[in-house]
Design a protein around this ligand. Sequence first.
Ligand code: G6P
Length: 501
Amino acid sequence: MPQTQDAEKTEYDFVVVSNRLPVDRVVGSNGRATWTRSPGGLVTALEPVMREADGAWVGWAGQPNLELPPFQNEGIHIVPVALNDYDIENFYEGFSNDTLWPLYHDVIAPPGYHRVWWESYVAVNQRFADAAAAASAKDAVVWVQDYQLQLVPKMLRQVRPDLTIGFFNHIPFPPYGIYSQLPWRAEIVNGLLGADVIGFQRVQDAANFSTAVRRLTSFTTRNPAIEVAVQGQPTRRVVARAFPISIDAKSFEELAREPRIQERAREIRAGLGNPRTVMLGVDRLDYTKGIGHRLKAFGELLAEGSVDVEDVTLVQVASPSRERVEAYMHLRDEIELTVGRINGDFGTMSHTAISYHHQGYPRDEMVALYLAADILLVTALRDGMNLVAKEYVASRFDEDGVLVLSEFTGASDELKRALLVNPHDIDGLKETILQAIAMPRRERAQRMRSLRRRVLENDVVRWSGNFLQTLEQARAGRYDRISPVTLPEELEWTIDRRWAN
Ligand code: G6P
């Protein structure tokens, strides 16, 4: 990949700050380092916006102790922030992924509360804030991403009050009863309130945040803005609302339309022994994804004889993730034991029940898999959005395929014509899988058409456009133009009316 030093320009009008850079460093056998685009929803989501705005991206290159000067990669200005072994252990694996991640995902795994992790989180957030401040031109717009960097908005505002600061939380924001466990709950809320606009995936997340603000601060919340009044400073307004993220939907459809991808999809099916039904799961190997629930349901269906291994195959792609965090190590053992058992019990010489892959694949291969799959199983126990569901829908230009989607994903707020499931209800999940297998072509097409309309309309360009437009309006003080949080009827019961009105 082309890489050039970025000596001439050091300050930008638009700066994105995220824990991970949108590129990965790969060292070849000749010892030379090159950069490849890294996988993951966040990168997919922001890359097109960055290119258009000629902005800079501040983040970590994903490896320890890598001190690199700013450079350009495929037209994007990259400003690397170095993390050493201690930072990775305490800030990244510790506080980000063993405290905040489980806490924000309904404590599916128990969060660890360790003061050294917190201290490291503060120190590393400060380093990101300093790097972002240095990369920002006067009056620049800075967009901070995700739970690893929740203190950055306040830290940035302290040194650069001229900036317009946005923050987007890609993962859920938990209900106060859970959030209140966090010993540093007030510090995090105040860190976020340094932003002008705080974006969440779902209306419920924004409402949970505003409840936390009311419980932990004296600020008044007047939908859609929070009035942040600190003694000795002018009152600021902070907008907190939902901006459900999406994908670059057209590019998935375009790939899916390529004959070579369709040929690859046929090859994949043939390689599986041409079963009548191919089911697919695509996840980072994470305990929030409900992979075990999915396997349990499939294993029981095989055991009861409701499905036959010759007819139905499950392809499970589980990409490696956070492998040094204990909960992830346990999960891998558990999943691989279960896969081995199911395959051992039900596989035949010609058909394997589960085709399991502990690796990530390039987008071409993923789209071929989406086309090869009659059913996509998304059974997350909690998920901010779940972009895999949207990728599947975007790829199915043939208006075929059935999406089985957990109610506990952000995507389920939008993708109502999927077969919605509660993954904890194993019997319900089994019935839904059988319903998906038996669904007539006509119904599959009707449902997929409606899902596609939603995903193609509300793509990532629209998402970032909405967020950045709101940020512009906040900068201009035009709060009257910012639409308030509107509540889907079913949420009204659960949300504090003061925020809702
Ligand atoms: C989720 C988070 C991202 C994160 C990604 C991969 O999608 O919202 O912020 O980058 O997982 O996790 P990792 O720990 O490998 O960055």
